[in-house]
Design a protein around this ligand. Structure first.
Ligand code: TMP
Length: 234
């Protein structure tokens, strides 16, 4: 498994449509404390056991430039950014991540597993912070185009249970975790609405169970979605 972006910095990277690539693009989505990073790690390890090369990445971040933007977004006062500005920053980071890391990896045949992608902006800045969905969709068209994940695993957990998990972690509380619980409730409903609108791409899985059980549900979804890949049955 690669955990660092490949070395394509400073070079011009073409934007092949995802359909011409051989790697697969999977995203994890969900609110705070849903266990996305643990599940992303478990999925990569399982895919590697089946002979599939993977790249574990995340948003905001995932490329050197996007990691700089991440620092601006996750730290500081809750009101540091006006929500539309915040959405633009997330999309700028996403564009860099896609161009410099995700698309080159897919072209090399690597499976890319991203801890968050474009749905997070619609859920957090749209449903959560009230930016008009039409504006967010325009930004997504510009930054992402057709390069959406082929499978999105939405890990769903009640807001209070998710927070109980994040507060027991040692790492610094992020700016988003300081936002009020009504905002987190709205974005949870937002993720469910996104999944209902795109059932082909999205699978909603309860994240309340222990990590091994959630992983089994994820593995089942991956095998169903990519049934044509014989390596998954090996
Ligand atoms: P993380 O905690 O999953 O690493 O993500 C950092 C925070 O960024 C998380 O609280 C959700 C937030 N976020 C957005 O608000 N919009 C976005 O588009 C993305 C990718 C993340």
């Amino acid at each position: 498994m690669q955990t660092h972006p490949p070395g394509v910095w400073g070079t011009k990277v073409m934007t092949p449509p995802v359909t011409t690539t051989t790697g697969r693009f999977i995203s994890f989505e969900g609110g705070e404390g849903a266990g996305k990073s643990t599940q992303s790690r478990l999925l990569c390890a399982r895919l590697e056991n089946h002979g599939i090369e993977t790249l574990a990445t995340r948003e905001p971040g995932g490329s050197p430039g996007a990691e700089h933007i991440r620092n601006l977004l996750v730290s500081g006062a809750v009101g540091r950014w006006e929500p539309l500005t915040e959405a633009l920053l997330h999309n700028a980071a996403r564009r860099d991540h896609l161009q410099r890391v995700i698309l080159p990896a897919l072209t090399r045949g690597v499976w890319v597993i991203s801890d968050r992608f474009a749905d997070s902006t619609l859920a957090y800045q749209g449903y959560g912070q009230g930016v008009a969905h039409e504006k967010l969709n325009q930004m997504r068209d510009l930054a992402v185009g057709d390069a959406m994940p082929e499978l999105t695993l939405m890990l769903d957990i009640p807001v209070a249970d998710g927070f109980a998990r994040t507060h027991s972690r040692a790492d610094e509380t992020s700016r988003y975790e300081k936002m009020d619980s009504a905002m987190h409730e709205r974005l949870r409903q937002g993720f469910l609405a996104i999944a209902a609108a795109e059932p082909e791409r999205c699978r909603v899985l309860s994240a309340a169970a222990n990590a091994d059980n959630v992983h089994q549900l994820i593995w089942q979804s991956v095998c169903e979605r990519f049934v044509e890949d014989a390596r998954l049955n090996g």
